[in-house]
Ligand binder design. Structure first.
Ligand SMILES: *[C@@H]1O[C@H](CO)[C@@H](O)[C@H](O)[C@H]1NC(C)=O
Ligand SMILES: *[C@@H]1O[C@H](CO)[C@@H](O)[C@H](O)[C@H]1NC(C)=O
Ligand SMILES: *[C@@H]1O[C@H](CO)[C@@H](O)[C@H](O)[C@H]1NC(C)=O
Ligand SMILES: *[C@@H]1O[C@H](CO)[C@@H](O)[C@H](O)[C@H]1NC(C)=O
Length: 627
């Protein structure tokens, strides 16, 4: 059922001039009972999260938009206006150049939605307007109506006639441009973005409509991003069945069939090629009510999270899935590609809204966001550059990119890898999953992040103050209109002994059970506070293929050892009974322990930057009960 509240909050999100162009959802979404708040109603308050956002926004407001347009303009036979070409994966001879721009576009729309930053708005609308000019010049450039890319359309001929040999993944790149345009349309109400997007969708339909099912299935042996996702989204916004038909042409049988039967056939597959298809499957479920799509997406999530994910929430080694339950077998310097986690987080959100009864979705979301994404950005760079892989080898170091990217953090103009695009976007939406509401207008608190929510439909503001995960307590303050409603708070499965205090008193009669949402229904008054305490303990996260290898965690935070500038030739063995807390609960999460006979300092992995670290250990003994 489409929530009226959802539509109402969309309408309030943007200035009047744009609001009329924000598309409401035209086709009801099957099974959805929970909704995120519009981004414009949630703000991060000062914290490490806001710092990450700020660094990325600095970069987004620095980068030269004409340089981002270079390949589009050159390909569509327009002047490049004296702009320099980019390097890395956006160089004019790189096969899938122009794949990153869609993420920058989305990131600017987020920046505008959350901060009302006119510089971000201007950049987004300028990019869209210039892309529209490229698309409008297709006749002169010799392309079909609606085509838009930074490489020529003949790449699609080659894809279809089986002669594509240069490593290009043309639909993958085109999907990202379409996703950016969709956000410019639905987040800032840019009508031009809608026109360009529908033009591209029409081009995809006319290209793929001519192919047989066999030809389509063959074409999908190349990475094609979330084509099913974007087209199903367009259907949901337009109620034009043509887009659903086109979306379903991208149902990849070789991947979907085993997943529908809950079979793990992921071994050897390129990981990030698959996750966008699963996101598309959930979207197709919401559009069609066909439960097979839901089974595919849920099974894919279960299999990936349980059998293929490292303690930090990331998956893949050398960009690929391996046999199930082989975590300790693949602890190398090219584990946990950051894009995969960006996509798994999207999938997690999309599944949560269909089943908010369990905390499994947001327990995973928190784990991957804190331990992978938060530390995947270089905190020493005021442009918030990102890492491609997150190495998990003994003595690994963040800032390891592919050799062709210099093997380091991304750069302003010489990287443009997939993980730079997704990394930029990730750090502009750190507020989008904290608060949710359902069709009965209950409020969900899913993440413990310093922030404010302006819940316009209720005339209520929520302020969340916390130093989580350094401190185990979060205080939620409710101000504004009085009224009865329910607050549902995620009690993570890793905690025990959690407590809720309302205005300083224990919330009697409220079930506070790990792995469930604690529900507080009451008549709220301005100034009410809820203190949520989630006691944290040291725990091990055992490798799924070897009980004597584990990572260490404290609450939600994975801890890593600091090895400074030394290199480790093998995995150290840690004496679990030697782990001690050094900060006596104040000013950080500092621990020390004995590993291979030497003292090593342990700290949160999200802060492990600029030195060699260790995440997985050989383990001996038992953890102390109290540290
Ligand atoms: C495939 O398409 C390319 C690009 O249009 C063209 O140059 C080539 O001749 C085609 N090859 C075949 C076998 O049709
Ligand atoms: C954002 O980053 C810039 C550049 O490093 C810095 O000058 C500014 O103070 C930061 N703003 C906030 C709110 O942290
Ligand atoms: C990663 O490890 C491989 C194999 O040990 C090595 O050849 C490569 O140089 C390493 N890459 C980086 C960036 O450290
Ligand atoms: C954690 O935060 C709570 C509430 O803000 C505060 O009372 C407590 O002193 C903090 N604990 C530590 C160890 O800093």
């Amino acid at each position: 059922m489409v929530s009226k509240l959802l539509l109402a909050s969309f309408m309030l999100a943007v200035p009047q001039a744009l609001a009329q162009d924000i598309p409401p959802i035209a086709v009801p979404e099957t099974g959805v009972s929970v909704h995120p708040f519009d981004m414009s109603h949630v703000s991060l308050t000062p914290s490490r999260w806001a710092d990450n956002q700020n660094r990325t926004l600095n970069y987004l407001k620095f980068i030269d938009v004409d340089r981002l347009l270079y390949n589009f303009r050159a390909t569509h036979k327009l002047s490049t206006k004296g702009a320099k070409a980019n390097g890395g994966w956006d160089a004019p001879n790189f096969p899938f150049r122009s794949h990153a721009q869609g993420h920058y576009l989305t990131a600017w729309t987020h920046c505008y939605a959350t901060l009302r930053d006119s510089e971000c708005l201007n950049r987004a609308t300028y990019l869209v307007a210039e892309l529209a000019k490229c698309q409008a010049n297709n006749k002169a450039a010799g392309f079909g109506t609606g085509y838009l890319s930074g490489f020529p359309e003949s790449e699609f001929d080659k894809l279809e006639n089986g002669t594509l040999t240069n490593g290009n993944v043309p639909y993958y790149a085109v999907h990202k441009t379409m996703a950016g345009l969709l956000d410019a349309w639905r987040i800032i109400g840019d009508k031009k973005a809608m026109d360009v997007l529908l033009g591209m969708a029409g081009w995809v339909d006319s290209r793929t409509g001519k192919l047989s099912t066999t030809q389509m299935q063959k074409l999908m042996q190349t990475e094609f991003g979330g084509m099913n996702d974007i087209l199903a989204n367009i259907y949901q916004l337009t109620n034009d069945k043509r887009w659903l038909t086109t979306a379903q042409r991208f149902d990849h049988a070789a991947v979907f069939d085993p997943l529908a039967a809950k079979q793990d056939k992921l071994d050897g597959l390129h990981a990030n090629t698959q996750v966008p298809k699963w996101i598309g499957a959930v979207r197709e479920y919401k559009a069609t009510s066909n439960k097979r799509y839901l089974d595919i997406a849920r099974n894919a999530w279960d299999i990936t999270v349980n059998s293929h994910s490292y303690a930090i929430g990331g998956n893949s080694q050398a960009e690929h899935f391996h046999a199930p339950n082989k975590i300790s077998t693949y602890l190398t310097n090219d584990t946990a590609e950051q894009c995969n986690t960006y996509n798994m987080l999207k999938l997690t959100r999309d599944l949560f809204v269909l089943d908010p009864s369990t905390t499994s979705y947001f327990d995973f979301y928190e784990r991957a966001l804190i331990n992978h994404i938060l530390g995947g950005q270089n905190h020493a760079s005021d442009h918030g550059h990102v890492t491609y892989f997150t190495p998990l080898n003994p003595g690994g170091k963040r800032g390891v990119g592919p050799a062709w990217g210099g093997g380091t953090w991304s750069t302003d103009y010489e990287s443009f890898w997939c993980c730079q695009g997704t990394g930029v976007e990730s750090n502009t939406k750190l507020m989008d999953s904290i608060y949710w509401f359902d069709d009965t207008s209950a409020l969900y608190i899913n993440l413990f992040t310093p922030s404010t929510l302006d819940w316009k439909d209720r005339g209520v503001k929520i302020t969340q103050a916390t130093e989580y995960p350094v401190n185990d307590t979060t205080t939620l303050t409710v101000t504004g209109k009085s009224g009865e409603w329910t607050m549902r708070i995620r009690i993570p499965s890793w905690t025990s002994g959690a407590t809720l205090r309302i205005n300083g008193k224990n919330a009697d009669g409220v079930e506070v059970k790990p792995g469930t949402y604690a529900s507080l229904t009451r008549s709220w008054k301005s100034g009410d506070t809820v203190a949520v305490q989630l006691p944290m303990k040291l725990r091990t996260v055992t490798a799924n293929d070897n009980p004597s290898i584990a990572a260490l965690a404290f609450g939600p935070a994975i801890l890593s050892g600091n090895y400074g500038s030394s290199s480790l030739s093998k995995m150290p063995t840690i004496k679990l009974d030697s782990v001690k807390r050094k900060d006596s609960g104040k000013g950080g999460l500092v621990f020390e322990a004995i590993a291979d006979g030497k003292t090593v300092e342990l700290g949160p992995f999200y802060e492990a930057q600029g030195f060699a670290y260790n995440v997985y250990w050989g383990v001996s003994g038992q953890l102390p009960v109290v540290v």
